[in-house]
Design a protein around this ligand. Sequence first.
Ligand SMILES: Cc1cc2nc3c(=O)[nH]c(=O)nc-3n(C[C@H](O)[C@H](O)[C@H](O)COP(=O)(O)OP(=O)(O)OC[C@H]3O[C@@H](n4cnc5c(N)ncnc54)[C@H](O)[C@@H]3O)c2cc1C
Length: 355
Amino acid sequence: MGRDHNLASEKSQEWLKENTKRYAFKKLERDVIASGACVECGSCVVGCPVDALTGEFVDSKYTPTLTGKCTACGICYAMCPRTFVLENEVIGDYVGVWKARSLGSQGRQDGGVVTALLAMMLDKGEIEAAITVGQIDDKPWMPVAKRNTSKKEVLDSGGTIYTHAQVVGEMHNCYKENLSSVAVVGTSCNIDAINRMQVHPGGLFNIDSKMSVFKICLFCTESFGYNGLVSFLKSQNINIKKVERFAIAKGEFSVTIGGETRSWPVKDLDSLAASSCAYCSDYTGMNSDISCGNVGTDEGWTTVIVRSKRAEGILKDAIKNGIIEAEEIDEKAIQAVINSARFKMNKRYALQSSP
Ligand SMILES: Cc1cc2nc3c(=O)[nH]c(=O)nc-3n(C[C@H](O)[C@H](O)[C@H](O)COP(=O)(O)OP(=O)(O)OC[C@H]3O[C@@H](n4cnc5c(N)ncnc54)[C@H](O)[C@@H]3O)c2cc1C
């Protein structure tokens, strides 16, 4: 029996009409066609429910062109393989998204959730070591991987350093010393490296799974090269040694010295980003157990994407034990995270951000 193309097509259109964000073809034209990201597949032309698009050959290049009336249904944008529209494409799978903050008084970047959870895990013996970052005296704000084996130690390692850190190396040392359970904090590139070791057929932790690794990812738009950051600060008459705190929130990069804070739009510092960041499209660390950032929540709180059952258990345990306060967040707040994640993905293709 032949396929019922009409029925399949009707169902597909029905689903898309209900679930697709409404964009005019103009957006696809600007983001994908004009930017050179179009792969000439014609999925937008095939998908258009009102046959408003035609694949024309312009200088022998297949070019989707508006030849009818666009109803701004957004289906061409949704069907394009170079756009990111589904939630799990941009922030990965999760079991819940929370806003949370530590009820303790330790140093922290946002809600202090990362530190609070690690402290609890160490205290309860759930992990033997938590790998975070610290600083060395002669190069302030240059992150160095730090192994914490007690609650007291980890409480001193809160806060963010916006430069790549080699936490994987310290995790490997733990493995060589026969530890059986650790937690590691890192940006999505660190988490991907660990994930590779866990899932690659030749990966160390795939071949020998004796050490469990709980992966905490920090949301990340980009990290800065150390020398570039120092030069930028110098150009602003700021000595990095005097900086008390760096922060990125709401599109602003800020530096606090002597209790005073100066800010610049993050986009002004794009040239300081590590070159590798241009190849990264993962904002939240989709391969982690838990992802934390400030986007999507109020100042002083952390947005927490909980991806694994183990992570959910740890978060709920921390709430029950009065270590953190937390509540599940609504669609609107999650949308802010999705938008930031989509912005990063689109940037990889040098596309403009989605509204
Ligand atoms: C390079 C970078 C870019 C970021 N960009 C964004 C962004 O665009 N949007 C956003 O919402 N959030 C971003 N964050 C995350 C944000 O700054 C906070 O780290 C996050 O909200 C957790 O806050 P917290 O108070 O719960 O963590 P805390 O309790 O303060 O704990 C933070 C933990 O992270 C560790 N850590 C700090 N720097 C590094 C590092 N470089 N590598 C590995 N571990 C580290 C600390 O040692 C500590 O254990 C970024 C983080 C980094 C490192």
